[in-house]
Ligand binder design. Structure first.
Ligand SMILES: Cc1ncc(COP(=O)(O)O)c(C=O)c1O
Length: 452
């Protein structure tokens, strides 16, 4: 079967995963080939915009209330790389939660920075850990920090006190980069946690495709502070983005922001109030929507499971048989992402299908722990990646130094980065992930790359 034929098999599913349009054509571009163009006199140039792209970027900046916006066609990944390389100098120290996305580590590696990690406590899911002011003040006592990189909201929707943190960063002359890959909708939703760009974070990067309706791989970068060196930032964007930017992605970004400006508030309000309907439907407590201690994004439904022997992974499997596709699942929950394309019927179908899940004798257990275990860096990421290497079975790699990233996917949070010592405990978590059949970047046939 061709790639396209395989994709077609998926056309009639109800999607609670990214992208945010959920497979619906909410706006143009409709017929793709005619709009698939290259840089021409009429089509402006992403890398030196002065026409329609420049106008679109100015309008996006106005809508998001920021100084400058940039359209990205290589995802938030490219935006985060450019933000890190333009925002910091080599060897500087930067504070970040260890549960950050792989693309941030790539930026730190290229800029040869010294990361200072905030680790969640052992019981906390890495995908949900948010940074507190206390974490920042403790780290600041020990390290001379050039700035911080926050993930806001996290993959599971938790949100730090962004206003306080950005205020502190400003007062203390620290650069604050926000990975808002999962939060392009926040700026439109008054009742949701405030958007980082609205409180003046220096650089905010958003995957518009994740919660809003642009095509996968399209994203945006916002500069909310004048102190950012925009020329340097643009230079790095040219470095990390294709020299043949897709006009389909650009057109879909512009249309998605226009669509969100008109519709996001209402749609995301409905999604937030549908949480109540979910709670009423499961008043027996079989399922519940997780309510973290922090503020959180109401569109990310972490569906907890009570009074049942089933794991989240098994529930995800049974939903999929009914053509309802979740974003992610773990032992204790199923993650359903509502986006701008989510409809009332989608939610009714999800509730119905959850009600019909069959208890089965044998749990489909996902044993992999999803905490971030502290790992000791023996050399920098860049240094380790440049060494001669060998492959070893994970068990035999204990005590050696990782030469590559080891990353369960999704959500893309590294268990190990190059240069870190492979401890017994971390090897065990890697083995649990392998046993649970997780997609693991950096693992091949149960072996991993170590420094020779
Ligand atoms: C928290 C976070 N940041 C950044 C990214 C990278 O975004 P993109 O896929 O748009 O490059 C992801 C992707 O999953 C993510 O989850």
């Amino acid at each position: 079967m061709s790639i396209f034929e395989s994709l077609q098999q998926y056309y009639d599913t109800i999607r609670f995963h990214m992208p945010g349009h959920k497979g619906r054509e909410l706006h143009e571009p409709y017929g793709v080939s005619k709009a698939d163009l290259t840089e021409l006199a009429q089509t402006d140039c992403l890398h030196r915009p002065s026409g329609m792209i420049d106008q679109a970027q100015r309008r996006i900046a106005q809508i998001y209330g920021v100084d400058k916006s940039r359209m990205l066609i290589n995802g938030s990944s490219a935006g985060l790389l450019a933000a890190i390389l333009s925002g910091f100098s080599p060897k500087e120290k930067v504070l970040l939660p260890r549960g950050s996305h792989l693309s941030i580590y790539h930026g730190l590696m290229l800029q040869e920075m010294e990361p200072v990690y905030i680790y969640p406590d052992a019981e906390m899911w890495a995908e949900a850990y948010t940074v507190t002011m206390e974490d920042i003040l403790t780290a600041e006592k020990e390290h001379s920090l050039a700035g911080l990189i926050l993930t806001y909201p996290t993959y599971l929707g938790t949100c730090a006190d962004i206003k306080k943190i950005v205020g502190w960063a400003k007062n203390n002359n620290k650069i604050c980069i926000v990975d808002e890959a999962h939060g392009a909708h926040l700026a439109f939703c008054e009742d949701y946690p405030v958007a980082a760009e609205r409180v003046g974070a220096d650089i905010v990067v958003q995957s518009t495709h994740k919660m809003l309706s642009s095509l996968t791989q399209s994203a945006m970068l916002h500069v909310a502070q004048r102190r950012v060196d925009i020329e340097k930032l643009d230079m790095y964007l040219r470095l990390f983005q294709s020299s043949s930017p897709s006009y389909l992605l650009l057109a879909s970004l512009e249309a998605a922001v226009n669509y969100a400006e008109k519709n996001a508030k209402k749609i995301f309000e409905k999604i937030a109030s549908a949480r109540k309907e979910f709670a009423e439907a499961f008043a027996d407590g079989k399922y519940f929507l997780w309510q973290p201690q922090t503020q959180y994004d109401y569109a990310k439904w972490v569906i907890g499971i009570k009074n049942t022997d089933l794991s989240g992974t098994e529930i995800q499997r049974q939903l999929s048989l009914k053509k309802i596709e979740a974003e992610y699942a773990a032992d204790e929950f199923v993650l359903a992402y509502c986006g701008i394309g989510t409809t009332k019927d989608d939610i009714i179908n999800l509730i119905r299908a959850l009600n019909e899940v069959q208890p089965i004798q044998k749990k489909n257990v996902d044993k992999a722990k999803r905490t971030c275990l502290p790992a000791k860096a023996q050399m920098s990421m860049k240094e380790a990646a440049g060494q001669r290497t060998e492959y070893l079975f994970v068990r035999e790699a204990v005590g050696r130094i990782a030469a590559d990233f080891v990353v369960p996917y999704p959500p893309g949070i590294p268990l190990l980065v190059p240069g870190e010592m492979i401890s017994e405990e971390i090897a065990q978590v890697i083995l649990e992930n392998i046993e649970s059949k997780k997609t693991m970047i950096g693992i091949q046939n149960s072996a991993m790359k170590v420094v020779l």
